[in-house]
Design a protein around this ligand. Structure first.
Ligand code: TRP
Length: 350
């Protein structure tokens, strides 16, 4: 039997190059070798109160982007989290075994809670703030229990491998802990402990265009798969650089290194080398580098963009994919939920 791989993306906007190189194109490569489930986490998106008018179109966007990037719905299972009500029920059950302390200590929770309460300092006593705060800046319980829901996504499918980025590793660690805890509390061997997926080699880190860290939705430094040609060119041409090398073989500054990194992901190796050499001998012109970079990014994104638009307009395809996906995902989920209910002693009178 093939190992089960599961991963999800929160429905909070469009996918960018970071998602593409960090996740999507790995998903595509895995779909033949593993029993893959890829889903759109719309329930997780609720923790930050998306506009109800746009939530569904966000789900639809990501769905179209999954397909446009090459995930084959007849090969992998693609589904929408909220289409699997078993997840919500098991979330309630698993929460009985999750400590509020361990949830409050989770880095992502502390970050988000701090942001919501407007706390700047890392040292501030955030627990006190959370308990004492009576304004409408309350930190919702869904945010606290985000890791429970994520653990359920994984455990309900009995997934073995979960390809996620560094920022999700702590959530995965909690998932393993909950799995062990459940198994040992009831003396069962129900849940496998999921491992992060190791592709070998260095993890891909896709930098943003603003000269700082990685590409991220909240950073506002993204190139989206759906970006129009003109928009994309403009973004790349505006990317942060520096004054250029003054003497041969100068060290490369972070913003410029970021552009080289993007280039390494999208351009041919000899092209990258050519610009590296030009940097080393001070003949580089950042304008040329950016033009080349935009060109090479467009070679990847434009065909995807065209497919996204085509797929977004194909409601028949979209509903076939999610219906088929939900059916497959529910089949396993309902089996696991049945086992969990039985193990916990929930029985029916009728
Ligand atoms: N928390 C993940 C993120 O923000 C999304 C996610 C939800 C997920 N459930 C999951 C990822 C289960 C992997 C497995 O990126």
């Amino acid at each position: 039997m093939k190992e089960v791989v599961l991963s999800g993306i929160r429905a909070t906007g469009n996918l960018h190059l970071g998602n593409y190189f960090g996740a999507l194109n790995k998903f595509v490569r895995m779909q033949n070798d593993y029993d893959c489930l890829f889903f759109i986490a719309d329930l997780h998106a609720l923790t930050t109160h998306p506009d109800p008018k746009t939530l569904h179109s966000n789900v639809k966007n990501i769905l179209a982007e999954y397909l446009a990037a090459g995930i084959d719905p007849d090969n992998a299972t693609i589904f929408v989290q909220s289409d699997v009500p078993e997840i919500s029920e098991m979330y309630l059950l698993l929460n009985m075994h999750v400590g509020i302390g361990e949830l409050m200590r989770t880095a992502s929770f502390k970050d988000k809670a701090r942001k919501q309460l407007g706390i700047k300092s890392e040292n501030e006593d955030i627990e006190k703030e959370i308990i004492g705060n009576e304004s409408n800046k309350r930190v919702n319980a869904g945010l606290l229990t985000y890791p429970t829901l994520m653990a359920v996504d994984i455990l309900i499918q009995k997934a073995n491998k979960v390809p996620v980025g560094k920022d999700q590793e702590q959530h995965l660690e909690l998932t393993r802990r909950f799995a062990r805890r459940f198994n040992s509390f009831y003396g069962v061997d129900l849940f496998p402990e999921p491992a992060n997926f190791d592709f070998g080699g260095a993890p891909v880190k896709v930098p943003g265009l603003d000269g700082s860290g990685k590409m991220g939705k909240s950073e506002g430094n993204c190139i989206y798969l759906i970006d129009e040609e003109k928009v994309l060119r403009k973004k790349v041409m505006r990317a942060v650089t520096d004054e250029g090398p003054k003497e041969p073989n100068s060290p490369v500054s972070q913003p410029v290194e970021n552009l080289f990194t993007l280039m390494a992901l999208t351009s041919a190796p000899e092209v990258v080398q050519q610009y590296r050499d030009a940097y080393a001998d001070c003949s580089i012109r950042y304008g040329d580098l950016k033009k080349q970079l935009a060109e090479d990014i467009l070679k990847i994104t434009l065909p995807i963009r065209e497919r996204i638009i085509e797929i977004q307009n194909d409601d028949a395809l979209l509903s076939r994919v999610v219906r088929q996906g939900a059916e497959k995902a529910r089949e396993r989920a309902s089996q696991t939920l049945r086992e969990v209910r039985e193990i916990m002693g929930i029985k029916k009178f009728y």
